[in-house]
Design a protein around this ligand. Structure first.
Ligand code: FDA
Length: 304
C-alpha cells in the first residue's frame, strides 16, 4: 500500500492513536499544526496573525463522536468559541465536522446541533464553515448545509477536487450563492470515487477554481501549492476578478513563507486554526500529505 494510503488507514486505528498521542515526539510535531489544547491559546494565535493581516477560522478538534452527549458538548464548545471570538474583537468564524456534531448517530440531531450554531453565527455577523469529510458523508453534508444556508445564511462548505463528482456539486451550489472552500481532499477514497493521480487532482483543482472565481460568491482557494496559487492569481488578473472577491486559505503551521508573501502582495488570507486535545486524525492527515513530516517524526521517535 503506498505511504499516503497507509497513513490515512492508520489515522483510523485506535490502538495506534493511543501510542502516538502519548509519544513526546509526536506531541511536539503535532504542536506545529495545532494552536494548543485550549481556546485561550487558539485566541492568542488569532490575535497574533491578525496583527500580520491574516484572518482566522477556528476548528475545535474532534470527529466521529460516539454519543449524542459528546455531540451536544461539541456544539456548546463551538458556541463558546463564537462568543469568545466576538468578545476578542475578532470575526466570529469557525470550521466544524458534521461527524463531531453526531452525523454517525442521528442526522436530525446533528442538523439541529449545527443549526443552533449557524443561527448564533448569523446573529453576530459570523460564519460557520462545514468541512468535508470522506465521501461516505458528501451527500448528507451537502444536504444539511443547503438547508441551513437557505434558512439562516451564515454558512458554507468545502468541495474536494479529488472527487469525480465535484464539478456537478459545484454546479448545484453556485445558484444557492453558498460559499465554497475548494481543497484537494485529505481522505482515503476508492478510485471509482476519486482521481488517484496527483496530476488529475491538480487539473481538477484548477478547473474548479476557475469556475468558482468566475461564477461563485466569495470562494476560498485553500491550498499550499505554490504553482497552483500562481495559476489562480494569473487567472484572476486576466479575468479582472478583484482581490476582495475571493480569499486564499491555508492550514496553521504550513508554508508560513507563502502566507507572508500572499499578504504582502495584497491578497486576502485566512488560516485554519485547530485547537483541542483530539489531534490524532488531523495530525495523521497532515503527515500523509508530506512524507518529510513522517521522517522527522520517525527520527525523533527513535530518540524518545
Ligand atoms: P499539495 O498536497 O499538492 O501540497 C503542495 C505543497 O504544500 C507541498 O509541496 C508542501 O510544500 C505543502 N504542504 C502541503 N501539505 C503539507 C503538510 N501537511 N505539511 C507540510 N507542507 C505541506 N481537506 C478535506 O478533505 N476536507 C476539508 O474540509 C479540508 N479543509 C481544508 C481547509 C484548508 C484551509 C486547507 C488549506 C486545506 C483543507 N483540507 C481539507 C486539506 C486539503 O484537502 C489537502 O489535503 C491539503 O491542503 C494539502 O493539499 P495542498 O492543496 O496544499 O497541495
Amino acid at each position: 500500500m503506498p505511504l499516503r494510503q497507509t497513513l490515512l488507514y492508520m489515522s483510523r486505528q485506535p490502538a495506534l492513536r493511543r501510542m502516538v498521542e502519548t509519544s513526546f515526539a509526536s506531541r511536539a510535531l503535532a504542536h506545529r499544526f495545532v494552536a494548543g489544547a485550549t481556546l485561550k491559546e487558539a485566541l492568542t494565535v488569532c490575535r497574533r496573525i491578525r496583527g500580520e493581516g491574516i484572518s482566522a477560522t477556528l476548528d475545535y478538534l474532534g470527529e466521529n463522536v460516539t454519543s449524542l452527549d459528546q455531540a451536544t458538548a461539541c456544539r456548546d464548545t463551538y458556541l463558546r468559541v463564537l462568543g469568545a471570538m466576538r468578545e476578542a474583537g475578532l470575526e466570529p468564524n469557525v470550521s466544524l465536522k458534521l461527524t463531531q456534531f453526531g452525523l454517525d448517530l442521528s442526522e436530525a440531531d446533528c442538523e439541529a446541533n449545527v443549526a443552533a450554531l449557524v443561527r448564533t453565527a448569523a446573529g453576530m455577523g459570523g460564519f460557520v464553515r462545514i468541512d468535508m469529510e470522506s465521501s461516505a458523508y458528501t451527500d448528507r453534508t451537502l444536504g444539511i448545509v443547503s438547508r441551513l444556508h437557505a434558512k439562516y445564511g451564515a454558512c458554507g462548505t468545502v468541495i474536494q477536487s479529488y472527487l469525480r463528482r465535484s464539478e456537478r456539486d459545484i454546479a448545484a451550489l453556485i445558484p444557492q450563492k453558498l460559499r465554497v472552500r475548494l481543497c484537494k481532499g485529505a481522505y482515503l477514497e476508492p478510485p471509482e470515487v476519486a482521481f488517484e493521480a496527483k496530476q488529475e487532482v491538480d487539473q481538477s483543482y484548477f478547473r474548479l477554481a476557475c469556475t468558482l472565481l468566475q461564477e461563485a460568491h466569495y470562494p476560498a482557494i485553500a491550498t499550499h501549492d505554490e504553482r497552483m496559487i500562481q495559476k489562480v492569481q494569473q487567472f484572476a488578473a486576466e479575468n479582472r476578478i478583484a482581490r476582495d472577491q475571493f480569499e486564499f486559505q491555508m492550514l496553521y503551521g504550513i508554508r508560513r513563507d507563502l502566507q507572508s508573501k500572499l499578504v504582502a502582495e495584497g491578497y486576502r488570507l485566512r488560516l485554519y486554526i485547530p485547537f483541542g486535545e483530539a489531534w490524532y486524525p488531523y495530525f495523521m492527515r497532515r503527515l500523509a500529505e508530506r512524507p518529510a513530516n513522517l521522517l522527522f517524526l520517525i527520527r525523533n521517535l527513535l530518540h524518545d
